[in-house]
Design a binder for this molecule. Structure first.
Ligand code: HEM
Length: 440
């Protein structure tokens, strides 16, 4: 097919060497250093202290001002990348995925191969066509409420009410222990509740995945991890997510479920941050408490609060693509294999937005993606996170469990609600829980 038939971008600009280097040092390096697959606590703390995330957004703005909003080609030797600078192009790229913008990029492959080498995200187009529907079915991607939502609420309540019964501060270690019990029960079933080893093995593999190309795959550990997951898959428990995944080995289910177990970490981080943010927004707090006490499983306002947290501090800061064919742009041909980078915080924190650095739940309405405005915490289009409905449901139930049982004071860090920071290090959040007396 003629490259001219793919005039997706009418114009592409080319960055100079110095600007390319600035992007690598001020945008790419800090994002990678914080840990793409599992966050590194020391780097997260450093980013918070040094304001790396704000600086990255400022660098991106500088580039847009200098070169204009058209995609910017970074001429990195061997790995040229197109940097998206216009929200309209965010929508185009995501809508035109996985063809010609494949999600299976070289970088993504190098990272995910450490713990899920056959996952949908790094699969060929034809394989994706088989795998994607299985994820969508299991996670009930199209349904606002997952069919097991009531069961999930009971799990969330049971685990977090135990945390709430202990009068103390809530920090990340305490929160995450309970959170991963919830995750194992939701994904794998009740008998996985205390399988801490499974989570630890996955975390070790994720630690290697952070190094991508720079670390060899630990094949023995990978096999052990898949074997551990396989035990739950062979006899799936009723009302677990694995129970909704098609039976049989053809879809490499361990590789698919690994992504679920991994990605629930981000959802936990977002829940912790939502609690912190609500604790310093009295009126939003009141509305979220009303929803929690109301008892409906669908909690639109709390969902919007979670989306705001994911807008302000996206847990997937970079959405990556790779061109599957040459594309023509003006008199330039962008070669097949060129990478495409959507650096999400640049759009989510665009200073032109009145609400760039504060919480504004109303912007979401009934949506969980606003691609035309570049607001895509779960991405958008055909590759959108298939848990884009499931995560807000479970997260809003989790937030509700705390809100309906306790007053929450944010002990650390102190947040300026009119100018929220670029980084909110979840490892450092400390909340004081004051159990509310139940009315008789
Ligand atoms: C805060 C929580 C989460 C966020 C913000 C999030 C966001 C994302 C994003 C941005 C992508 C990449 C999409 C793209 O490249 O266009 C993705 C992919 C994916 N996510 Fe999530 N995710 C979260 C949690 C989860 C959970 C809990 C699950 C499963 C239970 C999940 C399952 C997946 C799968 C299977 C993919 C690959 C989709 C594909 O390649 O077609 N995610 N997610």
């Amino acid at each position: 097919m003629n490259a001219r038939s793919h005039a997706i971008f009418p114009r592409v600009n080319r960055a100079g060497w110095f600007d390319t280097l600035r992007v690598l040092t001020a945008v790419v390096a800090p994002t990678v250093a914080k840990g793409i697959i599992i966050r590194r606590p020391t780097m997260e703390r450093l980013a918070e202290r040094q304001g790396f995330d704000r600086t990255a957004v400022e660098q991106m703005q500088r580039l847009r001002n200098k070169y204009g909003p058209a995609p910017l080609l970074l001429p990195i030797p061997l790995r040229p990348q197109l940097l998206i600078l216009d929200p309209a192009d965010v929508a185009t790229v995501l809508q035109s995925s996985p063809e010609p913008f494949a999600a299976a990029t070289t970088e993504m492959h190098a990272a995910l191969v450490h713990f899920e080498p056959k996952n949908v995200l790094i699969s060929s187009d034809s394989r994706r066509a088989e795998l994607r529907p299985a994820h969508e079915h299991a996670l009930a991607a199209a349904d606002r409420l997952h069919p097991y939502a009531m069961h999930f609420k009971n799990i969330v309540d049971e685990e977090f009410l135990q945390v709430l019964n202990l009068p103390r501060e809530l920090d990340w270690p305490a929160f995450s222990q309970a959170w991963f019990r919830i995750v194992r029960r939701i994904v794998l079933g009740q008998r996985a509740r205390n399988d801490v080893t499974l989570t630890e093995t996955l975390n070790e593999l994720r630690g290697r995945a952070n190094w991508a190309f720079a670390a060899p795959v630990d094949q023995r550990k990978l096999a052990r991890f898949h074997d551990q997951v396989g035990r739950y898959l062979r006899e799936p428990e009723k009302y677990s997510l694995v129970n909704r995944f098609p039976r049989g080995d053809e879809l490499a289910p361990e590789n698919q479920v690994a992504q679920w177990l991994f990605a629930f970490d981000a959802a936990g981080i977002a829940v912790m941050r939502t609690l912190a943010l609500l604790a310093c927004h009295v009126s939003y707090w009141g509305k979220a408490v009303e929803e929690a006490i109301g008892g409906d499983l669908d909690r639109p306002f709390t969902r919007s609060c979670l989306l705001e947290v994911l807008r302000l501090w996206p847990t997937t800061p970079a959405i990556l693509r790779q061109l599957t064919k040459d594309i023509q742009s003006g008199d330039r041909v962008i070669a097949r294999g060129t990478g495409v980078i959507i650096f999400v915080p640049f759009f989510h924190r665009d200073p032109a937005l009145l609400y760039a650095n504060r919480m504004e739940p109303s912007i979401w309405g009934q949506n969980d993606a606003l691609p035309a405005a570049g607001l895509v915490p779960f991405s958008a289009g055909p590759v959108i996170c298939p848990a884009h409905n499931l995560v807000p449901t479970i997260a809003s139930l989790a937030v509700g469990t705390f809100l309906s049982a306790a007053e929450i004071v944010l002990l650390h860090p102190s947040l300026d609600v009119a100018n929220l920071p670029g980084t909110l290090n979840h490892y450092g959040i400390r909340l004081k829980l004051i159990a509310r007396r139940r009315e008789k």
